[in-house]
Design a protein around this ligand. Structure first.
Ligand SMILES: [Zn+2]
Length: 309
């Protein structure tokens, strides 16, 4: 009797034991909120990845805090877009133990950064170099705004985590499969939502939405600024006003951190409506649903404003 109780207790320990006996899951750190959402979805039920640019801080010219540097030192894997987007992370990333760089994943759709901002005008403002740095033909780093690119990232993250943490490989792969399915559903929902407004011109605050626009056949007329950290020049504002009138753009989109007065002045001059786009998820709550929240909000805002609602 006593013996079998002991045996049962021992067996109980054994069955409860394996998770505790395994190595802890890898400490993963992600640069920005939309990518963090996708990584969090792959790691759901295992652990939460860390996030560098949280809240509504700018992902374009973020200043790393000492706590970020410590988090990067602790991390076994850093997931980021790459040097063409988080230029501020280029040097620190080189010291990361392992890196997964979204812009280098094979098969990723990459579009070149658009020049200027009022894309077919002759006006060329300063400042476009700040998006990336070194190269001339740099990639537009807002890669996540194409759901196919998001799916490629999800696969790459799951593959890498499965290698680093084989004990939980099945979990990562199952989560990735579920996330890919959610991405496919999101894609068809967005395509249907945006189809009616595909031909309607509009102006955005900064040129973040190229991948989204290409994917859903939208008709942007320009961006107020290429460099979201700098106000547009008077010359560009004049060019934009002309372009808004010429294209009969219905909407000018502001962003959470930017350009109340600038956008207001433009919209007033052209008789356009103002609405909000949040391509980098400044307003989104971080977590495994963040990517879906961000993409749905963009589609809703575009569809509502451009259809006159
Ligand atoms: Zn941006």
């Amino acid at each position: 009797m006593r013996k079998s109780l002991l045996a049962a207790a021992f067996l109980g320990l054994l069955t409860a034991g394996p998770a505790m006996a395994d190595a802890p899951p890898p400490d993963v750190l992600v640069s920005i909120k939309p990518l963090h959402g996708l990584v969090a979805a792959v790691m759901k039920g295992v652990a939460e990845p860390g996030l560098i640019v949280s809240g509504d801080a700018s992902p374009h010219d973020y200043a790393m805090k000492p706590s970020d540097a410590r988090a990067l030192e602790r991390a076994r894997l850093l997931v980021w877009v790459g040097k063409d987007f988080e230029g501020w992370l280029k040097k620190p990333a080189a010291k990361a133990r392992h890196r997964l760089t979204m812009q280098e994943i094979p098969g990723m759709t990459r579009l070149a950064t658009r020049e200027g901002g009022v894309w077919d005008s002759h006006g060329n403002d300063h400042g476009h170099k700040d998006h990336g740095k070194d190269d001339h033909d740099e990639t537009d780093g807002h890669l996540w705004l194409d759901p196919d690119n998001a799916a490629r990232l999800v696969d790459a993250v799951a593959g890498r985590l499965a290698e680093m943490d084989p004990a939980r490989a099945d979990r990562y792969k199952a989560n990735a499969a579920e996330t890919r399915k959610r991405l496919a559903d999101l894609d068809s929902t967005l395509a249907a939502r945006l189809k009616p407004v595909a031909g309607k011109p509009y102006v955005v605050f900064h040129d973040a939405h190229q991948y989204f626009e290409a994917r859903y056949g939208l008709t942007p007329a320009g961006a107020v600024t290429i460099d979201p950290e700098r106000p547009p020049s008077a010359k560009r504002m004049a060019a934009l006003r002309d372009r808004l009138k010429a294209t009969k753009a219905a909407c000018v989109f502001r962003e959470p951190r930017f350009a109340g007065p600038t956008v207001q002045a433009l919209a007033d001059a052209a008789g356009a409506r103002i609405a909000l786009l949040d391509p980098e998820g400044a307003l989104a709550e971080a977590g495994p649903d963040a990517y879906f929240t961000i993409m749905t909000a963009i589609a809703d805002s575009l569809a509502d404003c451009l259809s006159g609602r």
